[in-house]
Design a protein around this ligand. Structure first.
Ligand SMILES: NC(=O)c1ccc[n+]([C@@H]2O[C@H](COP(=O)([O-])OP(=O)(O)OC[C@H]3O[C@@H](n4cnc5c(N)ncnc54)[C@H](O)[C@@H]3O)[C@@H](O)[C@H]2O)c1
Ligand SMILES: [Zn+2]
Length: 369
């Protein structure tokens, strides 16, 4: 199997104002990392950044063999370490080890590592090139596209950061074997979102391949990652020309963020997205924007993929509403939602999001209660 380059040789490139980069998706990506480093970080002094958990998987050969050796920096795994303190510690390490302007960084891990190591790369010596090697499904289908890097602060997520695209992304679906079920499901929820907002054929393919996806069949996962990357890349680059379409990537997320906040962030993001997609499709049906039966079909697919279709805890409607109103995307006291009209198509009138009344929201919540 050869490495497949999405972008240069194929129709879609991850491109935006800050430049474009290839995303390689192949089941032998990790074993060819050395070659990728030679190609994209040539003549650089390369250092790999990973969280401790991923580094342990790598050392014990559970992730697959990495055909590269060199300096490694680690930090403790988990969202709570995506901080300015971790950024400072990693940066200081680079300084102490006398890394110069010729540094090249490899970010190996999930979205936390991608965001944190990407932010280190964005700021070190005013910016050094980095290669992203996502190892979670979420990082492959979502975080690796768009060039966002950054860290959290005690008051909120991703409040400090920079747009800093990598020189390339290498995604090897074989590494997903060791991913815990809940994290794997989270990536699947985003893939369902991609089909729902932009590609009916892809959505129907997900319906047909549900069992092979759950078995983590590398060839099926390769197609999934490729198609999701293409869709996100297409929407992100389209946004450069035609402002606002990027908002459709937020489908399901207005409700998801509210649910996550209400749960004190114990609800995994992917579970929130699944419930959010069902709820927001029900909303669109009630408003007469979507075909009847849409939310039911979306719920069936999500359920087959192991995602929740009912809230695991009782829902207090007024608390959920205020959590959604607090979301930074909902200015001026109205809740704005990107609405699906039918699988693969989004409502636009004339903007990509629509204000939704609180009574409609109240009613739709029953779908996931
Ligand atoms: N930059 C963006 O555009 C963007 C988009 C979406 C999400 N994000 C960010 O991504 C983060 C979430 O990413 P995540 O879900 O990948 O979390 P994560 O990076 O914390 O990874 C989850 C856990 O899985 C472990 N892990 C990683 N790969 C593994 C593997 N192959 N096998 C076994 N375990 C593995 C990690 O050590 C970690 O403990 C959030 O901080 C979010 O803000 C960024
Ligand atoms: Zn998401």
């Amino acid at each position: 199997v050869s490495l497949r380059e999405v972008g240069r040789d194929e129709s879609v490139t991850v491109a935006h104002a800050l430049g474009s980069y290839p995303v390689y998706v192949a089941p032998d990506g990790l074993s060819r990392l050395g070659e990728m480093i030679d190609r994209h970080l040539a003549a650089r002094r390369v250092i790999l950044i990973a969280d401790e958990q991923v580094y342990h998987l790598l050392e014990s050969q559970q992730l697959g063999s990495l055909n590269w050796s060199g300096d490694v920096l680690t930090f403790p795994a988990g969202e709570r370490f995506k901080t300015r303190e971790s950024w400072a510690r990693l940066t200081d390490e680079l300084v102490q080890r006398r890394y110069g302007r010729d540094t090249g960084i490899v970010a190996l891990g999930g979205g936390v590592t991608g965001d944190l190591a990407g932010f280190v790369a964005a700021t070190y010596m005013r910016g050094v090139p980095h290669l992203q090697v996502p190892t979670t499904l979420l990082a492959m289908v979502d975080a690796s596209v768009g060039g966002k890097t950054g860290v959290n602060t005690p008051t909120g997520k991703n409040l400090v950061g920079a747009f800093f695209p990598p020189v390339a992304v290498v995604a090897d679906p074989v590494v997903l074997r060791t991913l815990p079920d809940s994290a794997f499901r989270g990536g699947l929820a985003e893939a369902v979102k991609h089909g729902l907002i932009a590609d009916r054929e892809y959505f129907e393919w997900l319906e047909k391949q549900a069992d092979r996806l759950l078995a983590r069949d590398p060839s099926v996962l390769t197609h999934l990652v490729r198609r999701s990357v293409e869709i996100k890349a297409e929407v992100v680059s389209d946004d450069e020309r035609e402002s606002g379409r990027r908002a459709i990537l937020n489908a399901g997320h207005t409700v998801a963020h509210g649910l996550e906040q209400l749960s004190g962030y114990s609800l995994p993001h992917g579970d929130g997205v699944a419930l959010g997609l069902i709820d927001e499709c029900a909303l669109a049906e009630q408003m007469g924007v979507a075909d009847p039966g849409l939310s039911q079909r979306v719920a069936s697919l999500l359920e087959r993929l192991g995602l929740p279709i009912r809230s695991p805890y009782p829902l207090d409607t007024s608390r959920l509403m205020s959590a959604m109103l607090g979301d930074k995307k909902n200015r001026e006291g109205a809740i704005h939602v990107a609405l699906v009209t039918q699988i693969g198509h989004m409502h636009r009138d004339p903007t990509w999001t629509t204000p939704v009344s609180s009574s409609t929201i109240n009613q739709a919540i029953d779908t996931i209660r």
